[in-house]
Design a protein around this ligand. Sequence first.
Ligand code: KE4
Length: 431
Amino acid sequence: MNGRSRELFLKAKELIPGGVNSPVRAGRAVGVDPPFIQRADGCYLWDADGKRYIDYVGSWGPMILGHRPPEVIQAISGALENGTSYGAPTELEVNLAKLIVEAVPSIEIVRMVNSGTEATMSAIRLARGFTGRNMIIKFDGCYHGHTDSCLVSAGSGLATFGIPGSPGVPADLARLTISLPFNNLEAVEVTVKKFGDQIAAIIVEPIAGNMGVVLPEEGFLEGLRRITRENDILLIFDEVITGFRVGPGGAQGLYNIMPDLTCLGKIIGGGLPVGAYGGRRDIMSQIAPDGNIYQAGTLSGNPLAMAAGMATLMILKNKEIYTKLEQKSRFLFSGLIDVAKRAGVDMVINRAGSMGSMFFGKDPVVDFNSVKETETSKYPSFYRAMLAQRVYLAPSPFEALFISLAHNEEILKKTIDSALIALKGLKNSLD
Ligand code: KE4
């Protein structure tokens, strides 16, 4: 990157760790200094040098309607007339809570927070407080935000205690988290047999979006529900990405599974900072001030964020939108598979609604190990070739690509054509 973005990045690195406020944005996984974005509209981003890109990051998921949908901008401006934050209850919070409770099958009552991390951190504390147990199970390759209990890598063997996934996570805490292979129900059975009465919860991305997109295999989610119910373990669905993305009822609506708690974020904030956790009333009623499990937040339920979230969810009540998103996604991903074949590059696509991932390789991608067995080394040059053609993908092979309502057929066709050029270049560089 050169020009204004480069200048800004140099300045940013003097003032902000790595020059970014979230690590993946630094572009280190793809060897690119990041374009500094100045504005966005519809499916486009413009960087500080005025270059326009077709955006498939969508702020990592929130921008399902595209950037600056008029109704959302209007709702934020309207809320702005009344102030920015009160630290007091508002009708806006009641209205957004109602929309979430009406849409998400398992949520009877919901608490707003300010990020997905806060949502999962709070849900895990709630599960521990409600069950009186301390251990949790997560899955390799699933990301639940940067709360200590989830920054844990798998232990040396199956069903063994976790080890810190980052310096600063105490080993004593990491040991309370066991990380198992996604889609491996047997591993869950073995672990629950070994530690069952110590396990507070199993937390899972019902459709994984943080190792690239990986879908639950037939019976996996149902198995988790059965095993947790049989052992008085709470099932937490982390739907921060999938909530309102893969359908109006999220992944739990798609697969007809009722978790005990659900974590949300991204789309429900319409692009402003919001997270939420909710579920069974008998569990959520243990949260202060009704119960004694503590969780709080200065800006929780912020009126601007509530207004943005409400406007977004009101639009998403029109189920037609998901049909349109499905058509766009099918068109794009089948086009990508087609041009990969024409370029002679092996590619596997995993997709759920308007979120999906391309993997370089031939074999099915069903868990983190199989992701790591794909040719991830090809992704950086593919990413750079797409960026050069003004197509803005996630700067990591372990992320999802998001399509919005604003991506029309012409733009999707241009993306597919750009991919053909990028893939041919990749093939030539390998031959
Ligand atoms: P935040 O704290 O970043 O709002 O949400 C954490 C989180 C929780 N659960 C899931 C399933 C998530 O995907 C996330 C955050 N997603 C990443 C990208 N996959 C956010 C991007 C970033 O970290 O900059």
